[in-house]
Design a protein around this ligand. Structure first.
Ligand SMILES: NC(=O)C1=CN([C@@H]2O[C@H](COP(=O)(O)OP(=O)(O)OC[C@H]3O[C@@H](n4cnc5c(N)ncnc54)[C@H](O)[C@@H]3O)[C@@H](O)[C@H]2O)C=CC1
Ligand SMILES: O=C(O)C(=O)[C@H](O)COP(=O)(O)O
Length: 378
């Protein structure tokens, strides 16, 4: 059995070679001919999976090691009898930690406390719900917008997007990209919505570029609208709107989900799905794959305030590194994908073991996702 995997998929060779012959290839584009004798294809978000790619090929299963699936024509795969799996939630923690890293940086720069702010979360799925839980642990007020969940009758106080735009100090988007249909998200943040934001609002897009109308955003920023902007994703990736990057407060190369844990979960999820598809299910324990992180443990004395939290968060992951890397190469063709391909290892907060002599600090850090324990110092 021949399995083609994206070369930007950690642990893919190690796992898939347990069941077949593995070839790793670039995903954007897949080299011509590489698909000719493959039985299964494991991609990331950069590969458009559709009839144009697969019609007439012998591929029987496609996995994408990503949360978003807008690059996959699932209807075509189904009618062609090709099995499919995504990796729901694989990198949700990574995106949440990206958002925290960015917000704590802006809070320090602009002299505010997160606890004084109301955060509007648009799309309350794997990312949005974890973000809400961690913000609430810090005592930050959140407002939620998720029409599909509201319509399903899910528990929760769901508001309209307009209500969030009116009330929130921070508006953060975590929806899939739907180009049409009742829950269309293409240009969900359009000119009218962006114009309606309160002066000083922080706008975050870490889901898919086209969820925010980039031309409208640039127009508003050029017109002097008071808005802080954090963009991880861009319309027309991998082409970058350099004029927009110049105007945003934080701009990164679609790496919000790029923790090693997040990528490894993506690979293990599609590996497990493919082996189940073959009728020989395998399970993989993530901690058997991951190496020890660079910083393993530290001791924290006293209470946990926002300044201390910021230092811990930025010790594990500081978004300014990724912002600077993108700005250095922004105008050069091909560099956006190179930054993503050669992404430096980044870990999740859970990789840091924090020993606290304050019980409340230990409890809150634990609830935030750190590996924290209370250990009185005698
Ligand atoms: N920047 C990055 O590296 C990453 C980006 N993503 C993107 O973020 C998206 C969200 O990720 P997850 O939370 O894991 O997905 P998810 O599928 O768990 O949650 C998405 C939520 O959005 C809601 N939603 C759908 N249409 C909506 C609308 N019109 N308005 C408001 N809410 C709506 C859904 O009901 C669902 O609750 C993914 O689809 C993917 O495109 C995900 C991971 C990493
Ligand atoms: O999971 C998703 O959805 C994402 O956006 C991924 O983080 C994107 O990473 P690549 O698949 O483009 O490497």
């Amino acid at each position: 059995m021949k399995i083609l995997v994206d070369e930007n998929m950690p642990y893919a060779r190690e796992l898939f070679s347990r069941i077949g012959e593995v070839t790793a290839v670039p995903g954007r584009p897949i080299p011509p001919g590489a698909l000719n004798d493959a039985d299964a294809l494991m991609v990331r978000s950069v590969t458009k999976v559709n009839a144009a790619l697969l019609d007439g090929k012998r591929i029987k299963f496609v996995g994408t090691a990503t949360a978003g699936t807008d690059h996959v024509d699932e209807a075509w795969l189904e009618q062609a009898g090709i099995g499919f799996s995504g990796a729901p939630g694989c990198n949700a923690i990574a995106v949440v930690e990206y958002v925290f890293s960015a917000l704590l940086m802006l809070a320090e720069r602009d002299g505010f406390s997160l606890r004084e702010r109301t955060v509007g979360i648009v799309g309350v799925g794997n990312v949005g719900s974890r973000l809400q839980a961690r913000l609430e642990t810090l005592g930050v007020r959140t407002l939620l917008c998720d029409p599909p969940r509201a319509d399903r009758g899910d528990e929760g106080d769901f508001l309209t997007l307009d209500a969030l735009a009116r009330e929130a100090d921070i508006l953060t988007f975590h929806t899939p990209l739907y180009k049409d249909g009742p829950y269309k998200t293409l240009h969900l943040a359009d000119d009218a919505l962006i114009s309606a934001l309160k002066p000083g609002t922080i706008l975050i897009n870490a889901c898919r570029g086209p969820v925010v109308d980039n031309a409208a955003l640039l127009k508003r920023l050029n017109a002097g609208q008071r808005l802080s902007t954090i963009l991880d994703v861009w319309e027309a990736e991998p082409d970058l709107n350099v004029a927009l990057l110049d105007k945003v407060d934080i701009g990164t190369a679609h790496i919000a989900g790029y923790t090693l844990e997040g990528k490894a979960r993506g690979t293990t999820q599609v590996f497990e799905a493919y082996t189940a598809f073959l009728g020989t299910p395998h399970q993989v324990a993530l901690d058997t794959l991951l190496p020890s992180p660079e910083v393993v443990r530290l001791a924290l004395h006293g209470a946990l305030d926002e300044t201390t939290l910021k230092r811990l968060v930025h010790l594990v992951y500081d978004v300014r590194r990724d912002d600077a890397l993108l700005r250095h190469v922004a105008a050069q063709p091909g560099e956006f994908d190179k930054l993503r391909k050669h992404y430096r290892e980044r870990r999740e907060w859970s990789s840091l073991y924090v020993q606290c002599d304050d019980a409340d600090a230990a409890q809150r850090l634990h609830r935030l996702g750190f590996s924290a324990v209370y250990h009185p110092i005698r």
